[in-house]
Design a protein around this ligand. Structure first.
Ligand SMILES: Cc1cc2nc3c(=O)[nH]c(=O)nc-3n(C[C@H](O)[C@H](O)[C@H](O)COP(=O)(O)O)c2cc1C
Ligand SMILES: [Mn+2]
Length: 495
């Protein structure tokens, strides 16, 4: 059952014992961060969503860490566990490995059609909870409980928005989750990276000589809709259709009051406004999800023309920092959901993992069915050519049977299987703007490591040794006699 809005989700979290209400007053400046940082890193039994009911300087409660565990993220996206996201989507698109390039392309079209037809949206409604209160005269951001997350941050940031824009030429909608720095009561700085949908709309608006790029910033809504803003769909695909697919029901929209835009009707808050595509200012610094501060850089300014909200609006937000924090689970959902899509283009892929230590762009471990010389390298270049996966700094390729989610196994395979002269490629290309190690902003070195077993076809004539394994008959015998030897009934776990 799809959630209608954020409060229905909060209700479900509370029923499952996944929500803690904090009633004493707390400071949105640093104090909430320190609390949620501890809770995100606590054992699963203590890692809860938190509703701060009394936040200094605002009368809105603050919801945080609502997506911050595997089970809460699964609940948000309407599945029993995150693995089900892959299975459902694979079933939806009836995934069969494409045979050759022609069918891969038609298969690609099919999936675009599936995504296009899903949601049958946008469904426009006349009256919306998010417009219970409409402020067009001197709308002010200062009524919102916006956090200052970390000590060296350049100010206060809205951290969990859905930033909605339309391509000024094609009118196709994009939704992105980009942080927004408060400049003053009526302006924000828009931190969309150059590789993202919103930034492309800004460039299209510049080329078309538009002075305004209309924009709606939705805060809250049903959880699948909120999360969909973080999904890296290919350009020209509306993320709200993906939300419709996940919910099994289209997202409902209402017309904005001051911009030629629509926003989710069941959001908590909508900030309407526009970006002047030629106006940029310094944004940042900001304590980022890499665990480091991102330095200040130039980004566009967003001017507020209206704020609408529910009468008793709740303000959802998040804090990013040294992982694991809430965004790790939002990204894990993407990783699981996108596995069938990755396999659509790289059918040899069995599974992949973006471990928490790699903060997504720093490491992808991928297992493949290797068939020909150079196959691991083909997969590396394939990944470096796929959407935002282009930003991957390190790719490790292992054989089909390796559990990519077991980092001990992966380390053992890599360290044993790799000849560091033969099996490594280093290339230069686009890297994440958050990569502080890159020599230039957004351009740097990337590594591909082939940790598959090597045979004669890989230029390894010496032969590859067999892996050590006991024969099944002896295993069965020892199982049977275990207690007879005088050991405890539970078998010791072999790592
Ligand atoms: C909590 C969180 C914060 C994020 N902040 C930013 C950000 O400030 N700027 C940015 O470009 N991407 C940010 N992202 C990543 C984007 O949301 C993601 O790349 C998404 O695919 C962007 O949508 P787009 O592909 O339609 O541009 C963030 C993701 C999460 C989960
Ligand atoms: Mn997009």
């Amino acid at each position: 059952m799809a959630f209608r809005d954020l409060r229905e989700f909060i209700g479900a979290l509370e029923k499952r014992g996944e929500l803690v209400r904090v009633r004493v007053p707390v400071d949105p400046e640093l104090e909430i961060t320190e609390i949620v940082d501890r809770i995100s890193k606590a054992p699963v039994s203590q890692n809860k969503a938190i509703l701060f009911e009394s936040v200094k300087g605002s009368n809105m409660p603050v919801l945080i860490n609502a997506f911050g565990s595997a089970s809460r993220m699964a609940l948000a996206l309407n599945v029993a566990d995150l693995e089900q996201l892959s299975q459902n989507l694979a079933k939806t698109i009836d995934l069969k490995p494409p045979q050759g390039m022609g069918s891969a392309i038609s298969f690609g079209r099919e999936i675009v059609d599936v995504l296009r037809s899903i949601g049958l949206g946008p469904k426009i409604v006349k009256s919306a909870p998010v417009q219970e209160v409409v402020i067009t005269d001197q709308p002010s951001l200062s009524n919102l409980p916006i956090l200052k997350c970390w000590p060296l941050d350049g100010g206060k940031y809205i951290t969990l928005p859905q930033v909605i824009t339309r391509d000024p030429v094609t009118n196709i909608r994009n939704v992105g989750l980009y942080r927004l720095q408060v400049r003053d009561a009526q302006a924000l700085r828009m931190h969309w990276h150059r590789h993202k949908g919103g930034a492309e709309h800004q460039r299209v608006a510049q080329e078309a000589r538009k002075s305004h790029l209309p924009c709606a910033i939705a805060i809250g809504g049903d959880p699948a809709t909120m999360w969909s803003a973080s999904a890296p769909l290919p350009p020209h695909l509306d993320e709200y259709r993906l939300a419709g697919y996940l919910r099994g029901k289209p997202v409902e929209f209402v017309k904005c009051v001051t911009q030629p835009m629509e926003a989710p009707a069941n959001a908590e808050i909508v900030i309407e406004g526009y970006v002047d595509p030629n106006e940029e200012e310094m944004e940042g610094p900001f304590g980022d999800h890499t665990g480091f501060y991102t330095p200040a850089d130039r980004f566009p300014v967003f001017h507020v023309t209206a704020i609408t909200h529910r009468k008793d609006a709740i303000y959802p937000t998040t804090v990013v920092g040294r992982p694991p924090m809430e965004d790790y689970w939002m990204g894990k959902a993407t990783e699981r959901l996108f596995l069938p899509l990755l396999r659509l283009f790289l059918s040899e892929v069995v599974d992949y993992n973006m471990p928490v230590e790699g903060v997504f762009h720093n490491l992808v471990i991928v297992s493949i069915k290797k068939r020909f010389p150079g196959h691991p390298q083909k997969v590396m270049f394939g990944i470096w050519g796929l959407g935002l996966m282009m930003l991957t700094k390190a790719i490790v390729v292992v054989d089909a049977g390796v559990n990519v989610h077991d980092l001990h196994e992966v380390a053992w395979r890599v360290l044993g299987n790799v000849d560091w002269k033969r099996d490594v490629i280093v290339v230069e290309g686009a890297v994440d703007p958050l990569d502080h190690s890159a020599i230039r902003d957004s351009l740097g070195g990337k590594i591909g490591i082939d940790a598959t077993a090597k045979g004669p076809q890989d230029g390894h004539p010496r032969g590859w040794p067999p892996e050590i394994e006991m024969v099944p008959a002896i295993k069965a015998l020892v199982d049977q006699r275990w207690e007879e030897y005088g050991f405890q009934p539970v078998m010791p776990h072999t790592p």
